[in-house]
Design a protein around this ligand. Structure first.
Ligand code: HXC
Length: 258
C-alpha cells in the first residue's frame, strides 16, 4: 500500500499522506512519493486546486530523524535539497494548494505546510520548528517562510525556542487561516477549494504568480508582474464570460478556462 495517496475529486487533486506509524516523517523515499503526487497535479490541467492532508494524528512530524542522524555536512546539503526542492515545487505549482493540517506539523512538516498557499487546521493540529533542539537549523525553508508569514519577531521566538504551538495560537499569529473541529477539516478544505474553483482559473493562477513573485521583490517590479497578468487575463475567453455575465445581470458564469 502506497504511503502517499493521490485522488482526483472533481477539480481537486487530493494528496493524502498515509504513513501513520511514522507520523508521516519525511524520509527520502516518502518525499519521492510526495513529489510523484505533486507531478500528477502539475501535468493535469483539469486540476484547479490541490489539497494536502495527513491521516490520523500527524500531518508531518518532521524530517525522518533516523535518516538525518548519520548525515555529514556534505550529505545534509544533498539530503536537505530534496525537501527544499519539494517545497519550492509545491509553492510554484500552477494551482493554489491548501494544507489541511490534521495533526502534528513539525520541522519539515511545518515547512511543507508553509509552502502551501493557504493553511487550515484541525483543533488537534500542532505546529513548530523544533530543529534547534536537535542541533540543526530548519532545512527546508523554515527560517525564510515563517518570518514572511508571521513577522520576524514571532518567527524568531518560535525558531529559537523550538516551542510547539496549538492550532488556536497558530491562528492568532496568522500561520493558519482557519481552525475547524477535526471532523470538519476536510469539508472546510473542500468548501474553500470550491470557492476558488468557481472563479476564472487563468485569473486565479495569474494571481498566485503575482503574489508569489511580488512578495519577493520591490513594489515597482511586483506591479509590473501584475500589469502583465492583467493584460494576459484581458485576452481570455473567461474575461468575456465574467464581465459579460455581469453586464447582462446574469448570475451564472460558466468559465471555460481559456
Ligand atoms: C523519525 C519519527 C519522527 C521523526 C515521529 N517518529 N516523528 N521518526 N523522525 N521526525 C516516529 C517515532 O519514533 C515513533 O516510532 C512513531 O513515529 C510514533 O511517534 P511517538 O513519538 O511514539 O508519538 P508521540 O509520543 O505521540 O509523539 C509525537 C511527537 C514526537 C511529539 C510528534 O514523535 C516527536 O517529537 N517527533 C519528532 C518531531 C521533530 O523533532 N520533528 C522535527 C525533525 S527535524 P516507533 O518506531 O518508536 O514507534 C526536521 C528538519 C527538517 O524536520 C529538514 C528538512 C530537510
Amino acid at each position: 500500500m502506497s504511503t502517499v495517496l493521490y485522488e482526483k475529486k472533481g477539480h481537486v487533486g487530493l494528496i493524502t499522506l498515509n504513513n501513520p506509524k511514522k507520523l508521516n516523517a519525511l524520509s527520502a523515499a516518502f518525499m519521492t512519493e510526495i513529489e510523484n503526487a505533486v507531478a500528477e497535479v502539475e501535468k493535469d490541467t483539469d486540476v484547479y486546486v490541490c489539497i494536502i492532508t495527513g491521516v490520523e494524528k500527524a500531518f508531518i512530524a518532521g524530517a525522518d530523524i533516523s535518516e538525518m542522524c548519520p548525515l555529514t555536512a556534505a550529505g545534509a546539503i544533498a539530503w536537505g535539497k530534496q525537501g527544499t526542492d519539494l517545497n519550492l515545487r509545491i509553492e510554484n505549482l500552477r494551482v493554489p494548494v491548501i494544507a489541511a493540517v490534521n495533526g502534528f506539523a513539525l520541522g519539515g512538516g511545518c515547512e511543507l505546510a508553509m509552502a502551501c498557499d493557504i493553511r487550515i487546521a484541525s483543533e488537534k493540529a500542532k505546529f513548530g520548528q523544533p530543529e534547534v533542539g536537535l542541533g540543526i537549523t530548519p532545512g527546508a525553508g523554515g527560517t525564510q517562510r515563517l518570518p514572511r508569514l508571521v513577522g520576524a519577531g514571532i518567527a524568531k521566538e518560535l525558531l529559537y525556542t523550538g516551542r510547539m504551538i496549538n492550532a488556536q495560537e497558530a491562528y492568532r499569529i496568522g500561520l493558519v487561516n482557519k481552525v475547524t473541529a477535526p471532523e470538519e477539516l476536510m469539508d472546510a478544505a473542500f468548501a474553500l477549494a470550491d470557492e476558488i474553483i468557481k472563479n476564472a482559473q487563468i485569473a486565479v493562477q495569474q494571481t498566485k504568480r503575482c503574489v508569489n513573485r511580488g512578495i519577493e521583490t520591490d513594489i515597482v517590479t511586483g506591479i509590473d508582474f501584475e500589469q502583465q497578468a492583467f493584460a494576459v487575463c484581458n485576452a481570455t475567453e473567461d474575461k468575456q464570460i465574467g464581465m459579460g455575465a455581469f453586464l447582462r445581470k446574469e448570475k451564472e458564469k460558466n468559465f471555460v478556462y481559456r
